[in-house]
Design a protein around this ligand. Structure first.
Ligand code: B12
Ligand code: SF4
Length: 470
């Protein structure tokens, strides 16, 4: 018998021929930079079958408290080929198999419509089951999810409270003392506790249960690792750190060393993707981690801000085995960079790219289209800048998507101020590579999509034509 049944929901994603061509080139270049084969060609970088981190993190607390759990996945294939009724049947089988007291979901916006349907089904057909929800989307739509049938919706980093919350739910205890929690009142309405989410002390975190997904972990060519949490910036479109705490907290090296050792046993020795938003923000931490990674003898790659690294630091990273650095560039328009509170201009990006190349790093830059007050001219300006950087050999890899105004972001909450008309509630249209779910004051939904598509076409051709310059 399981106490908690985690249900992971993958999102199905059809790629256009252009996107497939783009990712073909993308993975080729990435393989060249890391000196080893990366992924299946034509697979989007968002469709990589990575193990679900939220499950591995939350189950670690349950394991320590000796609370049994199980995990099941609604895969992309189930989502595409089977109708909703088949998914309901699958749920019934899993419930029979595991007899859980609690089912846990972690919706993002694009999977939230399906998860809401599952909540309604489970609430109606298994009234005794406790349904617990969290994650980026749930935090901002708690009332709706409770109406759908969720028993409770947690907000923020819940790793350390999770075992206690599970026990309190099972014993039907008072939930009002939990921080940042919404729960169903006996009259069916949503009640939110007034204690704010606290910043988890990351040194107290247990090692995630990487062993739950050995087969999947072995099937992908890199391991994603988080060495810190939070980002002190506040860009108006960013959903990355919204529901977490903005204070940067770095994991102690002993904990990281243990995490790396466990991933090696479970998944094999592979390049490490350090997925912290701004790895170099706390340089003392970054240099400590770099020294540790250099002993691993495998390449690793990072993300940071262009205004948070010097040439000396970049050279230090290279000396310790770092191969690729990624910068969030967003737009080539200074006006847009100001509106989105990015905190640097395009010159800062170019300077950082130059320094990174001088130090010997591969460079990946992230760009978006569809910012507030975006016009055809600013979008074309961004296209030209991306192409120029690739042609000059200052950027090896580009990622370019539509900027989706996710719930909780400033652009979503203050959409009128930003001149955005958003199809709020139509969550399935919140896609970064489809007909946009919003229009700006200057561009219609279709125009945004067309501009994104034509930009992607230019980059694909340019990356193919220029070859690799490292
Ligand atoms: C890793 C990652 C991926 C991996 C997924 C790996 C996996 N299988 O989990 C990959 C690369 C495959 C991916 C894909 C996509 N992703 Co993604 N991804 C991330 C990223 C970078 C980290 C998430 C993470 O694992 N963090 C570590 C874990 C431990 O933290 P956590 O998930 O926040 O969980 C903690 C708390 O939130 C809480 N919690 C979470 N769930 C639950 C549930 C319960 C019951 C409880 C109690 C607590 C709880 O406790 C956890 C521990 O504190 C985030 C951005 C970010 N920095 O967070 C984007 C992010 C989550 N992704 C996002 C998106 C949009 C996508 C895609 C749709 C992108 C696309 N264009 O296709 C796809 C769809 C994936 C799918 N479902 O099929 C958005 C979601 C925004 C939103 N509101 O919807 C984010 C925020 C990035 C962004 N663009 O802003 N992604
Ligand atoms: S876009 Fe980057 S710098 Fe800005 S808030 Fe998000 S993670 Fe931080």
């Amino acid at each position: 018998m399981a106490i908690v049944l985690f249900i992971e929901v993958e999102r199905s994603q059809e790629l256009s021929y252009l996107e497939k061509e783009f990712f073909d080139t993308y993975w080729d270049r990435m393989s060249g930079l890391l000196g080893m084969p990366m992924l299946q060609r034509t697979l989007s970088n968002y469709a990589v079958p990575e193990p679900p981190h939220w499950v591995m993190h939350l189950s670690a607390g349950l394991r320590a408290a000796e609370l049994p759990f199980e995990v099941r996945t609604i895969s992309k294939k189930d989502d595409v080929t089977n109708g909703l009724n088949c998914i309901f049947q699958m749920l019934d089988v899993w419930i029979d198999e595991t007899s859980p007291s609690i089912i846990a979901f972690s919706p993002i916006t694009i999977t939230s419509t399906l998860i809401s349907r599952l909540l309604r089904y489970l609430h109606a057909t298994h009234p005794g089951l406790l349904l617990l929800v969290e994650g980026p989307h749930a935090t901002f739509l708690d009332e709706e999810l409770i109406q759908d049938g969720a028993t409770a919706v947690a907000h923020g980093e819940y790793d350390l409270y999770f075992p206690r919350l599970v026990q309190a739910l099972i014993k039907n205890e008072d939930l009002s003392k939990f921080p940042a929690l919404s729960y169903r009142h006996s009259n069916g309405s949503a009640v939110r506790t007034d204690l704010p989410p606290s910043a988890v002390d990351v040194s107290e975190l247990p090692v995630p249960c990487f062993d739950l997904f050995c087969e999947r972990g072995r099937s992908i060519p890199y391991i994603r690792l988080f060495t810190q949490r939070g980002c002190p910036h506040n860009c108006v479109f960013c959903a990355n750190t919204l529901w977490k705490n903005s204070k940067i907290r770095c994991k102690p090296i002993e904990l990281l060393a243990e995490e790396i050792a466990v991933t090696k046993v479970c998944y094999g020795t592979k390049p490490l993707f350090i997925a912290d938003e701004t790895f170099t923000y706390d340089w003392e931490h970054a240099s400590r981690v770099s020294k540790h990674l250099s002993d691993m003898g495998m390449p690793w790659f990072i993300q940071t801000r262009p205004d948070r690294c010097t040439l000396n630091q970049l050279e230090f990273l290279v000396d310790h085995g770092c191969r690729i650095i990624s910068f969030g560039a967003e737009s080539a328009s200074s006006q847009i960079l100001k509106i989105i509170r990015k905190g640097f201009d395009c010159n800062a990006l170019e300077t950082a790219c130059r320094a990174a190349k001088k130090a010997g790093l591969g460079v990946l830059t992230y760009w978006l289209i569809g910012f507030p007050f975006e016009t055809r001219d600013t979008a074309i300006m961004t296209h030209d800048k991306m192409l120029a950087l690739v042609e000059e050999g200052l950027t090896d890899l580009i990622e370019y998507f539509i900027c989706v105004p996710y719930p909780g972001t400033d652009v979503y909450e203050k959409s009128d101020e930003y001149g955005l008309t958003i199809q709020k509630g139509n969550w399935e249209s919140f896609r970064e590579n489809g007909i946009s779910c919003f229009s700006t004051s200057e561009l219609s939904r279709i125009e945004i999509y067309d501009l994104w598509f034509s930009g992607l076409e230019k980059i694909t051709n340019c990356m193919k034509a220029t070859g690799q310059k490292t």
